[in-house]
Design a protein around this ligand. Structure first.
Ligand SMILES: Cc1cc2nc3c(=O)[nH]c(=O)nc-3n(C[C@H](O)[C@H](O)[C@H](O)COP(=O)(O)O)c2cc1C
Length: 341
């Protein structure tokens, strides 16, 4: 029976377990977007804590694509060195390293003029500028260059951020996209930017390397996007471009979400059933019992633990102990291993 410590092979990588640290912005970079000592310590600690996949936080493909001006960036070749340092430490501690490539669109607090599919503001944010077709092409090229740098920095997985109301999600959702050209209207048109970004990224990111797509499967507004439409979009992506779907929800419009342990699992289950790709599920999961239940039922393949990994970077050691699973601890910490933890 599959459980949290069952390995998983995806294309050219093998995850030693099913525990994922999802991307979480740390708002700790300088304005130049460079990774610093904090980032190295932060990610290496989670790898020492035995998380199988560490997904580095949303990283701007251009300065205007950052959520804030304290986000990481990958718009310059100068960024590669810092990311190499992070991947080296993640790998040295036995984990797989992913990076989330992001453009915050109309939700960027770093951009003087926010960019979006249409001139529709998010809540009380400033009105964004509706991108021209040439400006869209420029952004696609920046994704391509970011993918080249991610490969150079020795990442194992690229994740395209198409969730939480940022640029790609803004094109996908009819709530924020009222364009009348080839990027608006039908599902195919709203998904065109995503397709073109994937095409560009895949021209640099080899097909034998996994690519993950982070989605908000549900907008929580009737006229917005729902899991079935997302599943249809994913099924229309060329085979082998996307290997993993990392299922989240919300963020497109400021609505209150009723969250409780496992509140996003039903979306992940639906995406898994429809696409049969590797699915990362989660949402306020705090214990190994719920996580193992999802894996046993084959409703998802991997589980993400966000806020829990901020609170306790060593929680996988605790979960193993509770499961009576004889996990190999990192050598320098073995004297701290107790029967129950
Ligand atoms: C501090 C913080 C920063 C986050 N930044 C990102 C991000 O960069 N990219 C992303 O896709 N999700 C981001 N998220 C969402 C998490 O990846 C995750 O989906 C969310 O916390 C729900 O999971 P949890 O209930 O296990 O914490 C962030 C969440 C937190 C708490």
């Amino acid at each position: 029976m599959t459980h949290l410590f069952t390995p998983l092979k995806i294309k050219d990588i093998t995850l030693k377990n099913r525990i994922v640290m999802p991307s979480m912005c740390m708002y700790s970079a300088a304005d130049n977007g460079m990774p610093n000592d904090f980032h190295v310590v932060h990610y290496a600690t989670r790898a020492i804590g035995q998380m199988g996949l560490i997904m580095v936080e949303a990283t701007g493909i251009e300065p205007d694509g950052r959520i804030t001006n304290a986000d990481l960036g990958i718009w310059d070749d100068e960024h590669v060195k810092g990311f190499k340092w992070i991947t080296k430490q993640i790998h040295a501690n036995g984990a797989v390293a992913g990076i989330q490539l992001a453009h915050a669109g109309r939700k960027s607090k770093a951009a003087v003029t926010k960019k979006a599919p249409s001139a529709i503001a998010f809540g009380d944010y400033d009105m964004p500028h509706a991108l021209t077709v040439d400006e869209i092409s420029d952004i696609i090229e920046k994704y391509k260059q970011a993918a080249r740098r991610a490969l150079e920095a020795n990442f194992d997985i690229i994740e395209i951020h198409a969730a939480h109301g940022y640029l790609i999600h803004e094109f996908i959702s009819p709530l924020s996209n009222e364009r009348s050209d080839q990027y608006g209207g039908s599902t195919i048109n709203r998904a065109r930017l995503l397709h073109q970004v994937l095409e560009a990224v895949r021209s640099e990111w080899p097909l034998d390397k996994p690519l993950s797509l982070r989605i908000s499967a549900e907008d929580y507004v009737k006229e917005g996007i729902h899991p079935q439409e997302w599943a249809d979009i994913i099924k229309g992506i060329p085979h082998g471009y996307v290997d993993i779907v990392h299922v989240s929800s919300g963020g497109l419009v400021p609505v209150k979400i009723d969250d409780y342990p496992g509140y996003q699992l039903m979306f992940a289950k639906k995406i898994k059933k429809e696409t049969n790709l590797v699915v990362i599920a989660g949402g306020l999961i705090e214990d190994q019992v719920m996580a193992n239940g999802v894996l046993e039922a084959l409703e998802a393949d991997l589980i993400f633990f966000g806020r829990l990994s901020l609170r306790d970077p060593y929680f996988p050691l605790r979960f193993a102990s509770r499961m009576r699973y004889d996990l190999e601890w990192p050598e320098p910490y073995i004297r701290g291993k107790k029967v129950s933890y």
